[in-house]
Design a protein around this ligand. Structure first.
Ligand code: SF4
Length: 247
């Protein structure tokens, strides 16, 4: 039999990726409905939430944000000028509060210096330039920068987190150690650049990761179970979950 040409095989892989990525979205939105992710009242609150959510559950961030709010600390000036003890006490529920205070202050200093503390002015900067600026701030990596770009600045960039990597790799759609840029390109190259879909897609991944795709996955009841191939280790056979400990 004649082998398919390299170009045809590449095109087929691209079509399959597009199909899979739409299918994952459709199954998740059918299961959860709109998540309206990210929770936050203002672009500044969203940006601070993106910094505080590093390595912690969102419920802990909510407590820290609520402390900042009730203490009148939810402005760039207030975060910079608050005494250490006051800021640490407000951020304590989010964990690593000393480091996070430093990172929140670094972001506020940048915002004041570059844009007079005005998120509206920051949002006028072109996406690539703004991403570079955010990544240059101490303690802001690609995921936090993209959270800020997508949810606080309304830019269609895809946010990748640990759940994204885990879910895709368990379904054979990426390597378990695929890097951030590769995973981001996988989504951005295979989806239309639709802001609402990008926002929702990340929210849905957070939900399914938290509810089902844990270290020990709960495939039997997961909305993505039908996408598992019979030879995939997480495959659900006859309704009996054959989960195994994630490596
Ligand atoms: S829990 Fe199972 S079915 Fe659900 S996303 Fe994870 S590996 Fe897939």
């Amino acid at each position: 039999m004649q082998k398919p040409c390299t170009e045809c095989a590449g095109k087929r892989r691209q079509d399959e990726a597009k199909q899979n990525i739409r299918l994952v979205y459709n199954l998740l939105i059918a299961h959860y409905g709109p998540t309206n992710w990210w929770p936050g009242e203002t672009p500044f609150e969203i940006a601070i939430g993106a910094i505080l959510t590093q390595n912690t559950a969102w419920t802990n961030v909510e407590r820290a944000i609520s402390n900042l709010n009730s203490g009148g600390l939810l402005t760039p000036h207030a975060i910079l000028e608050a005494p250490d003890d006051t800021l640490f006490a407000a951020l304590r529920p989010s964990g690593y509060f000393r480091i996070k205070a430093q990172r929140a202050r670094a972001f506020c200093a940048y915002l004041l210096e570059q844009y007079g503390g005005d998120m509206g002015a920051m949002r006028k900067t072109p996406t690539d330039e703004l991403r570079e600026e955010l990544l240059a701030i101490n303690g802001i990596g690609p995921e936090t920068a993209d959270d800020i770009l997508l949810y606080a600045c309304e830019r269609p960039v895809f946010v990748v987190d640990a759940y994204t990597r885990r879910i895709l790799s368990r379904h054979g759609l990426c390597e378990p150690n695929a890097n951030y840029a590769k995973l981001q390109a996988f989504f951005e190259d295979n989806l239309d650049r639709d802001l609402v879909v990008f926002k929702e897609y990340h929210g849905l991944i957070v939900y399914v990761g938290k509810d089902f795709c844990r270290k020990t996955p709960k495939c039997a009841t997961c909305p993505l179970a039908d996408l598992l191939e019979p030879d995939q280790p997480w495959h659900v056979d006859s309704g009996n979950e054959r989960s195994r400990q994630a490596s």
